[in-house]
Design a binder for this molecule. Structure first.
Ligand code: SF4
Length: 345
């Protein structure tokens, strides 16, 4: 099913300008934009992936990763084909970049909400590929899901403020993958200018939408102390010291099969830099069993959430999201979606 897209301009020549992501593709009649899923049909810009879920799995929210929103809950995780980036290291390249036709199961927004409820999920995650490119499908599902179910995005952050306007009233949380510096984005992601990503991170913070940041660290590519420090400083100064940051381990994939997996020591170094710069919550990602999978109180260092893999094994927060030892306020949101069995009182 194709539907008219949300944010675009019609030109007198019949072309359209898509306004959903900073590429602002100018699309002639009969053609598609860079992401491959928005097509100009007789002067109207249509989404080709509305209601076409190429993935719809149930995941723990920790897998997104979101560690500070509704820990212990499960999310129906949905994607369509397509992406607005071209990352050489994409782990979902078969559905994001290397696809030939719009495929997937017909699942309407109502179907997704019904499925989430039936399968005991607390929310819906728009993930795997970039939700910005299936904005209308996500938006309509979010409206139906909220407020009984939460809505979270796992995004590259390469979207416009106008796209964010479409969903921000229903968006409970987001993980933004901040991949590297300017040159890294140009060389490895096909992004000519990364500034719009910083703009969106600032917007999310201004709109008080719960945001976590993932930084994939690739050895020899974006792993110098200076680069990491620069990113971490930006996050602290612009989003605050309570922003959770996940330094994620790279595994060779897609066009970067010759690169080596990130040594755990590199991730630990990144975590140290994060702490030195004053971030309260830093994690290693893709290293199952690492101590940093758990959350500790930034004031008294007691264990708050013990995670093993993507499982929450211990939950030591009081209601109101306070440390059980020292009553420090902890930046964990989505309390109403936390499984009741985790609370001790
Ligand atoms: S969402 Fe797709 S069509 Fe729209 S500007 Fe971005 S890449 Fe182009």
């Amino acid at each position: 099913m194709s539907v008219e897209t949300a944010v675009y301009e019609k030109l007198s020549c019949g072309s359209t300008i898509c306004g959903v992501c900073p590429r602002k593709c100018v699309i002639k009649e009969g053609e598609r934009g860079f992401c491959g899923v928005r097509e100009n049909q007789d002067g109207k810009l249509m989404s080709l992936v509305y209601g076409k879920a190429v993935s719809s799995n149930i995941d723990p929210i920790e897998k997104k990763p979101l560690f500070h929103f509704a820990p212990g809950s499960r999310a129906l995780s949905v994607a369509t084909v397509g992406c607005n980036l071209r990352c050489d290291f994409c782990q979902n390249f078969r559905i994001s970049q290397d696809w030939t036709e719009i495929s997937g199961r017909d699942l309407s927004p109502d179907d997704l909400v019904e499925k989430a409820n039936k399968r005991g999920c607390s929310g819906i995650a728009y993930t795997y590929t970039e939700p910005t490119i299936f904005l209308e499908y996500a938006r309509d599902t979010m409206k139906r899901a909220s407020p009984e179910l939460y809505n979270i995005f796992v995004s590259n952050g390469y979207m416009t403020k106008e796209a964010l306007d479409e969903v921000s009233d229903f968006l409970d949380g987001i993980n933004v993958d901040l991949k590297g510096g300017e040159e890294f984005y140009r060389k490895h992601c096909g992004v000519p200018d990364m500034e719009p990503i910083y703009t969106i991170l600032g917007e999310l913070s201004d709109r008080d939408i719960h945001t976590e940041v993932t930084n994939l660290i690739i050895p020899g590519v974006n792993d110098t102390d200076d680069e990491i420090r620069k990113r971490v400083r930006w996050i602290k100064e612009n989003m605050g010291s309570d922003t959770p940051v996940h330094f994620s381990r790279f595994h060779p994939d897609f066009k970067m099969l010759d690169s080596k997996p990130t040594p755990v020591e590199t991730l630990e170094r990144a975590m140290d830099i994060g702490k030195e710069e004053g971030l309260n919550y830093v994690y290693c990602g893709n290293v199952p069993g690492h101590r940093s999978e758990s959350t500790y109180c930034p004031n008294c260092n007691s264990l708050l959430v013990k995670r093993v893999g993507f499982r929450v094994e211990e939950f030591n927060l009081k209601r109101g999201m306070k440390c059980h030892e020292c009553d420090e306020d902890i930046n964990i949101r989505g309390e109403k979606f936390i499984p009741e069995k985790l609370f001790k009182d």
